[in-house]
Design a protein around this ligand. Structure first.
Ligand code: BTN
Length: 324
């Protein structure tokens, strides 16, 4: 009996039950071997009904991302040239950065089912239980380091467009790269770069999207400001299909970015929920500035109009939308 034989039989007869005796006969094994295999499948997350008089029936398959499923129909030219799928890792960004240092090709993607030390912006932790998407992409753009923040904006454009396209959910972007829906956060992007003063070695573009996890998995202090795609669409999301969409949008937007950076800024503005709002920007404890989010500059920095009319350009900070 091959490893997946029983699973294949159960998949084929999903509408009815298959008796243990039949499975044993077809696969030329004992009924105990069948039973043991069913037990293993259940431990892996397959939901299998067992009715003594009828046999076994497959009810649902676990929500896992399989490399072959991701590759199926993936038509990207750069992003996903190499795909590494891991059950768990500390941080896909950390792993992708070490692969990049060892010469990983541009477009290498690292995906994990969950992270034990997920990193967020501004030194925060990114809580990363199973059920969501966690991925990092190695990029080697031939750009000066001061343009790297545009890659973060490019990532946010790709993620927001993917969700809009795949799930028909009109998510928006809060500066610089938070994915928002109905006033709550459901995704973020962390870009880490290795560079010399005038040359980028590599950029790791890390993406986290809250997809199917239960909100109770998040720490209380972030829970009330967060949501997931499953909550907002009232159903479990096919993570593989969404991942494929994110990879193709990244491929498309990265090519556009290399050709003409301003196309990213134009699209970012269309998806943005920050500009025109009254906002506060926190740079650290006790260091907060308030104003109207006036515009983005050519490098993706936020231009704030203060109460006295003065303009301030902000490169990094934590934006809270006070009034739209
Ligand atoms: C944010 O603070 O909004 C950015 C969150 C970025 C999280 C992603 S999950 C995949 C990748 N690996 C990490 O450790 N962080 C990023």
């Amino acid at each position: 009996m091959r490893k997946d034989d029983i699973l294949r039989f159960l998949m084929r007869s999903r509408t009815g039950h298959v008796s243990g005796g039949d499975l044993a006969k077809k696969l030329n094994v004992s009924r105990t071997a069948v039973w043991k295999h069913i037990k293993t499948l259940k431990q892996k997350g397959y939901s299998i009904e067992a009715i003594p008089s009828k046999g076994y029936r497959l009810l649902s398959v676990p929500d896992v991302i399989l490399p072959d499923d991701v590759r199926k129909g993936l038509k990207t030219s750069v992003i996903g040239r190499k795909l590494h799928l891991l059950p768990e890792t500390v941080s896909t960004n950390t792993l992708a950065a070490s692969m990049a240092r060892e010469g990983a090709v541009e477009g290498t993607v690292v995906i994990a089912e969950f992270q034990t030390g997920g990193k967020g912006r501004l030194g925060r932790t990114w809580t990363s239980p199973p059920g969501n998407l966690y991925l990092s992409v190695v990029l080697r753009p031939d750009i000066p380091p001061y343009k790297a923040p545009l890659i973060t904006l490019m990532g946010a454009v790709a993620v927001a467009s993917s969700i809009r396209e795949q799930l028909k959910l009109r998510v928006g972007i809060k500066w610089p790269n938070d994915i928002y829906f109905a006033g709550k956060k459901m995704g973020g992007i962390l870009t880490e770069m290795s560079a010399e003063p005038d040359r980028v070695h590599h950029v790791v573009l890390g993406i986290g999207i809250d997809v199917n996890m239960e909100l109770k998995e998040l720490p209380l202090e972030v829970r009330r400001m967060s949501t997931t795609l499953a909550v907002e669409t009232c159903g479990k999301i096919d993570r593989t299909a969404l991942l494929r969409q994110v990879l193709s949008e990244l491929d498309r937007w990265y090519a556009k970015f290399l050709e003409n950076e301003s196309s990213v800024l134009t699209e970012w503005r269309k998806l943005d929920i920050t500009l025109g709002s009254s906002v506060s920007v926190a740079f650290g404890p006790g260091n907060v500035m308030e104003g109207i989010a006036d515009d983005l500059d050519q490098e993706g920095r936020l231009v704030l109009r203060l109460k006295d009319g003065a303009l301030r350009t902000v490169a990094a900070g934590d934006v809270t939308i006070l009034k739209r």
